[in-house]
Ligand binder design. Structure first.
Ligand SMILES: [Zn+2]
Length: 328
């Protein structure tokens, strides 16, 4: 049947029909708010390229976590910025380090808020790479996969001991999900889920985050561990491996340029899919909105809905707090 018998506009005629036909109802429950914490008190440094996002100290972090929870958003993911960095990222797993302090503070203030921690070393290493550096067989400095696993395990355990509800390894080392799962289970944390950054692409869209976390690599790039953005089949293989190793949730990062990967992952795998709408995706819309070129709220909600429609259940987004309020 075709026009004039079929008229697609019939069901778009009024707002009630449009509500009834809406296929994706974005909810605050779908959102996870990334937050950055550093040492000190009373700190609230706005990140220039990410307006409305801040480097916070544990006390202001707690205020922000309460506001996120108040907006109906169920989860935060924490990134630590230590005062001192070293070659092996010691502050990532120090029991009295900034990230462990932050986990304890937020869990104490907001026991029902899901506290997820980013498990990686790049914020904590003086060279800004996601693992331990060695010289590879080509004579170049590179990240040593297996030596890094030991540190990631220590980090995940430290976060779990501090009270993290979920850990999220973002380093892209081979075998890290299995290593972390085994270690958590052996230490009595078999109920702590792993959200794996499974298909994390070497992307130009991470720029503002590296300002926020003060973690740009001091030499080279991350192409020997993050994925080539041209590769979709490889992404599915990464995801399959992480699920085999015990990942409870798998993530695609970034989100909007990778909707095809999210869709293929959602069709192939039965675990919840997360997507990270990264700092560059956020900053681009913010900057356009600041120029009056885009309506920020409409553009943000459109992108978030598109990510859900592609197949992601959870979205890490710098709009989480605001979007939670918009949606309630
Ligand atoms: Zn990293």
């Amino acid at each position: 049947m075709t026009f004039p018998r079929v008229r697609m506009r019939r069901l778009r005629r009024n707002a009630t029909f449009r509500r009834m036909m809406c296929e994706i109802a974005l909810s605050p429950d779908d959102l996870i708010m990334p937050l950055f914490v550093r040492c000190g008190s009373g700190v609230r440094n706005e990140i220039p390229s990410m307006p409305g996002n801040y480097q916070l100290s544990p006390d202001t972090l707690v205020e922000e976590a309460r506001a996120v929870e108040g907006a109906g958003v169920p989860a935060v993911i924490l990134f630590g910025i230590p005062d001192e960095k070293d070659a092996v990222g010691s502050q990532a797993y120090a029991a009295d380090g900034i990230i462990c302090q932050a986990i304890e503070a937020v869990k104490q203030a907001c026991p029902a808020l899901c506290v997820i921690t980013d498990v990686c070393l790049c914020e904590y290493t003086d060279h800004g790479h996601c693992g331990v550096i060695h010289v590879n067989r080509d004579g170049r400095r590179d990240v040593d996969n297996d030596a890094t696993l030991e540190l990631l395990v220590k980090e995940a355990l430290a976060h779990a001991h501090a009270g993290a509800d979920m850990v999220a390894p973002s380093d892209m080392m081979d075998g890290r999900v299995g290593a972390i799962r085994d270690a958590l289970d052996a230490a009595g944390f078999s109920d702590v889920p792993i959200m794996a950054y499974s298909a994390k692409f070497a992307s130009a869209f991470y720029g503002p985050f590296r300002d926020a976390a003060e973690s740009p690599p001091q030499f080279g790039d991350r192409c020997s561990y993050q994925m080539d953005y041209a590769n979709g089949r490889e992404a599915l293989r990464e995801i399959a491996l992480d699920i085999e190793e015990g990942a409870d949730i798998v993530m695609v990062k970034p989100a909007l340029p990778y909707l095809d990967i999210i869709r293929r992952a959602a069709e192939r795998f039965d675990v919840p899919i997360a997507a990270y709408q990264v700092s560059g995706e956020f900053a681009a819309i913010k900057a356009a909105a600041a120029n009056g070129w885009l309506d920020e709220k409409r553009a943000a909600l459109e992108t978030l809905t598109a990510i859900r429609r592609a197949g992601a259940k959870l979205i890490l987004t710098y709009w989480a707090k605001e979007a939670g309020a918009w949606l309630r």
